[in-house]
Design a protein around this ligand. Structure first.
Ligand code: S3P
Length: 745
């Protein structure tokens, strides 16, 4: 309950017209907060008034409404909505133009219309409202001062409404503990028709149909949870719902039309064994319902809740850990993203194994679902993508939110630039600060219409319907995301699109396109494709992510006695900078069971402890280990002598400024590190304990867990929730190999 002082808000007289659960609870909440001096209740039944007085919900009972409202600060109309007009008519003679009137009806359009009819115009002292709260019980006896705590109240002020009236009603509801939102009248009635009125109507109708068809009500005897869950609301108050259906008939009819169309399509799919349509409906519905459950549980999912929770997750890593055993880290993030993208654009069904069920890859998956692609799973890394063909994507219902994922945003920009529909890409706080000009610029050269903020950061807004022309692009930086973006846009350009890279970057897009039967030529640093072709569905085996394995490779290298096997890891030559650099530092790394899986080389990687020495990291290795530098900084801090990194300015625009954030963290732990514009100089030595900040960067958080293996005391790492973007079971696997780490909120 809110503090009275905070609101500086006292009402001399409040009148409740229609003293039931809703009005009684409102009065009780104001009384409990001490913000009202005198409450008058109006009800048809003397018994109700007597009960209200006896319970202390009201201070005075009145049956004459005009008399009751005289001199009131605030009147709450909480009677059945069918009576709104009559009650307004009755109170009219007692109103003085200063008294503020609000209501609690579930439909707002009819209330506003009733007020206009009674008063000739919409009065500036009338604020229509709707508390989204209730209880199984009813009547004044059930009044509960906490009924509205943490519930939403929607106010629908019209343009005539005075600021004073709106403020008074808003404050009254806030005092009652509610979260107050504003909406326009029509929107309110549409939203409620969809989320409340339609489900009630369907529940009433279904139970009535079954009951009529089954005279002995025999089937109810066998009905289990499904029937009970679906029809619970059919036992709601019939006359109240009658009034609501009458009051909101046009919005309900519109929703019912939508529903009937959907139901008809689903029926046809069932009758014709159209599994793809059926699964499409059900997987989309499941995701939407799961999203709703997550929202209700206030767990991270949306932009806002993510930002709230992510700051609270801390890792505490203790020294003395071991590193041994055999593990398989989750699937490769880059390949997982691309498996969804190309699977969606292919003709036919693509089955993916080993898919990374981390938030980044799931963001890509959700984006394609939003564009009408049917995707089953993921279930234990298995995903089935029902491709729609290169030209089969549909306009998403709203902005595509891709969370923390730069790969989703940059690669999708290329694809979306070529679509017939408009689109918008948004992301979390970190992604919203990252450069998108690097993809927008070449796409504009191809004829795309694409906008970012003035400084080149998201959101990315794309105008569809542009004809793309082929491009020969010399990339100014070594970026696989930019290369992939241009190649994906090139699928839609009429001719040959090619990208030249200043240094080799990961080539998963080129390899996977070939796997889908799409020709991509690679000559030296140039990758070329011709637009206008099609992709043929294929199956994809996603290897374990070498970028996730990297944490354990360093962990084993710096821990005396360590001996660890990392299974089925992708060892694509454009990704093995971590192996090359660690070996140059003296690490003991061997590859076993080398094989090929779905066009990508894989191996089991065995790492045993070996003393490391500082080196000058060769610049040609930088793009091949671009995601591994946070943990390589830890390796350097444990090495004997000086390690120098240059040519790595790209690290400053990753999920965080990884040069600065690693330098800050290592300095806090007593390591001798000097950040430079494009790298760092690190002198190996002793690592102390202390608190460090990951700035929501998954790889920074995991790197400091690895540092604990050689630390003198505990390391506490802040803001770690984003580890789930790339490595959801990191803590579990780290503990399994013997690292002492736990999570604290
Ligand atoms: C990625 C490319 C790299 C890498 C990122 C994934 C990809 O980014 O850092 O984690 O999947 O193409 P840049 O292209 O910005 O170097």
């Amino acid at each position: 309950m809110a503090d009275t002082q905070e609101f500086d808000f006292i009402l001399d007289k409040v009148v409740i017209v229609g003293l039931g659960l809703i009005g009684g609870s409102f009065a009780s909440a104001l009384k409990q907060a001490g913000v009202v001096r005198h409450v008058v209740g109006c009800a048809r039944s003397n018994e109700t008034l007597r009960k209200g007085l006896q319970m202390g919900v009201i201070d005075e009972g009145q049956s004459d409404i005009a008399e009751a409202v005289k001199g009131a600060d605030l009147v709450m109309l909480a009677a059945p909505i069918g009576l709104t007009e009559v009650l307004l008519e009755q109170m009219k003679p007692g109103l003085n133009g200063h008294t503020v009137v609000t209501d609690a009806g579930s439909v707002k359009g009819n209330v506003v219309e009733a007020a206009k009819r009674v008063f000739g115009v919409m009065p500036d002292w009338f604020v229509a409202g709707h508390p989204i709260a209730g209880s199984e019980q009813s009547g004044v006896a059930a009044s509960n001062p906490n009924l509205y705590t943490n519930h939403k109240v929607i106010l629908t002020p019209t343009e005539e409404c005075s600021p004073r009236a709106l403020q008074m009603v808003t404050k009254a509801w806030q005092v009652a503990g509610a979260e107050v939102l504003e909406m326009d009248v029509e929107r309110h009635d549409e939203v409620l028709a969809a989320t409340s009125h339609l489900p009630h109507l369907l529940a009433f109708s279904l139970v009535d149909t079954l009951a009529k068809e089954d005279e002995n009500q025999e089937i109810f005897r066998y009905a289990a949870g499904g029937f009970r869950d679906f029809t619970r609301i059919a036992s709601s108050d019939a006359s109240m719902w009658h009034d609501i259906f009458v009051a909101n008939k046009s919005a309900i009819a519109t929703m019912l039309d939508h529903f009937e169309r959907g139901l008809h399509a689903l029926r046809e799919a069932v009758e014709s064994d159209d599994s793809e349509t059926m699964l499409g409906v059900m997987t989309r519905a499941k995701v939407a319902r799961d999203h709703f459950t997550t929202m209700l549980a206030k767990q991270a999912y949306s932009k806002e809740s993510n930002q709230m929770t992510e700051k609270n997750v801390k890792f505490v890593a203790r020294p003395g850990g071991k590193v041994s055993g055999a593990i398989r880290v989750p699937g490769d993030k880059s390949i997982s993203h691309r498996s969804i993208m190309l699977g969606a654009l292919a003709d036919g069904t693509t089955e993916v194994e080993g898919f990374l069920e981390g938030e980044d890859a799931l963001a890509t998956l959700q984006a394609f679902r939003d564009m009408g692609v049917v995707i089953e799973g993921p279930t234990n890394g298995h995903v089935k993508v029902f491709g729609v063909g290169v030209n089969g994507l549909k306009a998403p219902p709203g902005p595509l939110y891709v969370g923390n994922s730069g790969t989703s945003m940059r690669l999708l920009s290329g694809l979306l630039a070529a679509q017939a529909f408009d689109s918008e890409l948004t992301g979390d706080e970190s992604l919203s600060g990252r450069p998108m000009g690097r993809v927008a610029n070449p796409l504009r050269e191809m004829g795309a219409k694409i906008e970012t903020c003035d400084d080149g950061t998201p959101p990315v807004k794309i105008t569809g319907g542009q004809v793309l022309t082929p491009l020969r692009y010399d990339m100014p930086m070594a970026s696989a995301q930019v290369k992939s973006c241009v190649l994906l846009a090139g699928l839609y350009a009429n001719g040959e699109t090619s990208v030249v890279e200043p240094a080799p970057t990961r080539d998963h897009t080129e390899r996977m396109l070939r796997g889908f039967g799409y020709a991509v030529r690679t000559e030296g640093s140039r990758a070329t494709l011709v637009g206008g072709g099609s992709l043929e569905a294929t199956d994809i085996d996603v290897p374990a992510d070498i970028s996730s394995a990297a944490f354990f490779m360093v962990a084993a290298s710096i821990t005396p006695g360590a001996d660890l096997l990392l299974k089925h890891v992708g060892i694509n030559p454009t990704r093995i900078g971590i192996i090359n650099i660690l070996r140059l530092m003296g690490a003991d790394i061997t590859l076993e069971n080398e094989a090929e899986a779905g066009g990508e080389p894989v191996a089991d990687i065995r790492v045993r402890y070996a003393p490391l020495k500082g080196i000058d990291i060769p610049e040609d290795q930088v793009p091949l280990a671009i995601d591994e530098f946070p943990v390589l900084f830890v390796a350097a801090a444990c090495a004997e002598g000086r390690t120098t990194l240059t040519g790595a300015e790209e690290l400053r625009v990753k999920e965080s400024d990884r040069i600065q954030v690693m330098a800050d963290g290592l300095l806090a732990l007593g390591v001798d590190i000097q950040p430079t514009e494009d790298g760092a100089v690190i002198n190996g030595g002793v690592i102390g304990g202390g608190s460090v900040e990951s700035h929501g960067d998954h790889r920074i958080a995991m790197s400091f867990v690895v540092a604990s293996l050689r630390a003198a005391a505990d390391i506490t790492i802040g803001n770690c929730a984003n580890v789930a973007t790339s490595f959801p079971n990191f803590i579990e696997l780290a503990s399994q190999v013997g690292i002492n780490v736990s999570v604290s909120d």
